[in-house]
Ligand binder design. Sequence first.
Ligand SMILES: [Zn+2]
Length: 461
Amino acid sequence: MRTLVRTLTPAVALLLLTGCTDGGAGVHGKPGSAGVRDPLFRGLGNGGYDVQHYALTLAYDPDTNHLKGTAEITARATQDLSAFNLDLHGLTVDGATVDGKEAAANRAGDELTLRPHRDIDKGKTFRTVVRYSGEPETIVDDDEDKSKEGWLQTESGALAVGEPSGSMAWFPSNNHPSDKATYDITVTVPKELQAISNGELTKRTPTAGRTTYAWKSKQPMASYLATLAIGDFKTTPSRTSSGVPVLTVVDRAVGTKRAHLIAQVPEIVEWGEEYFGRYPFSSAGVIVVPKDDVGYALETQTKPVIPVDVLPETLVHEIAHQWFGNSVTPKSWKDMWLNEGFAVYAEWIWKADSEEKSAQESFDEEFDNEDNWAFPPADPPSAAKVSDEPVYGRGAMVLHKIRQAVGEDAFFEIVKGWATDHRHSNASTADFTAYVEKKSGKDLTELWDTWLYGKDKPDSP
Ligand SMILES: [Zn+2]
């Protein structure tokens, strides 16, 4: 049976959905909200349910940029639901079911609203299947650099990168960091190409002219950290001395450029374990792409995407994110300084360890960088500013001020403890400041007021 797919304005969609539904079982659920009230990204995420697992089955043809997908989403209702939303950008929904029965599907902007055959009771686990197809799009961010995310076509195939919103360009999801889930990502590509994704490869199946790659992420992942690289790659497995399997994936167009740096991935993971505690995922790695494929590096889970021209400290930064951002994930995008402050501070520690520059020298440099004083790190004024300097450089300065206030030993215990105690969960800025004060036994109100929330540059560092 054909599923009704229409494009409606949000107001019309809302009108259609707010009426009492027939429900079938006599349950009077309400529609889940079309966002999770993220202070910066209003439309991202959806209310009324919590996703446990995504199983994505995809087929991609680089010649036509055609993607065909099935997303099986296992979620638990957090309210009685008459309808709920998923975030999906572009593409065509070919059909949807909830618990095996056809669900009505409506599109309005990046919102896909599904109305199940009968209401879903609060607390119930339900399974949604969305079949979709089309040409996935690149999303151009509203920031100064006009960064590109979502689906990028590359010389040899395609690359999917999703911070902050781009995952909705290739699969429907609850597209907000507050709802993490495990993933199975299975991708069929022409036989001369490979498909690389997060986690571990569980199966590689050649069929007529094509190959299917099945990847499993056993630990929870935020949607913005899901990645897919389709192309011609050289893959090299190795292992850290602590036993973490490592897979380096290098686009063949890159050749042996930066081979020495790329070979350092296991060593950088081991270095991270010393400072941040046990590595949080069941594998590590990197995806190295030509510099024209994407204009930035991204900490995609287990395998950060790195353009080949990056500096060693950028590789350190993206690997540090595996603890800070990927394992301990912000509750909202406003807390992004918790990702970037820690990742930049990891660069400072790395540089100090390699006797390039002390952390104090890195701090002093950032203090003199006027771009850091545009706004407080814990309060980016808009979505367009979320990747600006204060979130990064001044975020790291906050950590350095904590180090000065609590002393070396307590500081490094806090860093390790924060990553360990919040492993695979979500945390906010308020959770962090409370944690630091509890662990150090110090009232740090003045430090937070000046460095984390203060609008003005202090007179002296
Ligand atoms: Zn970063």
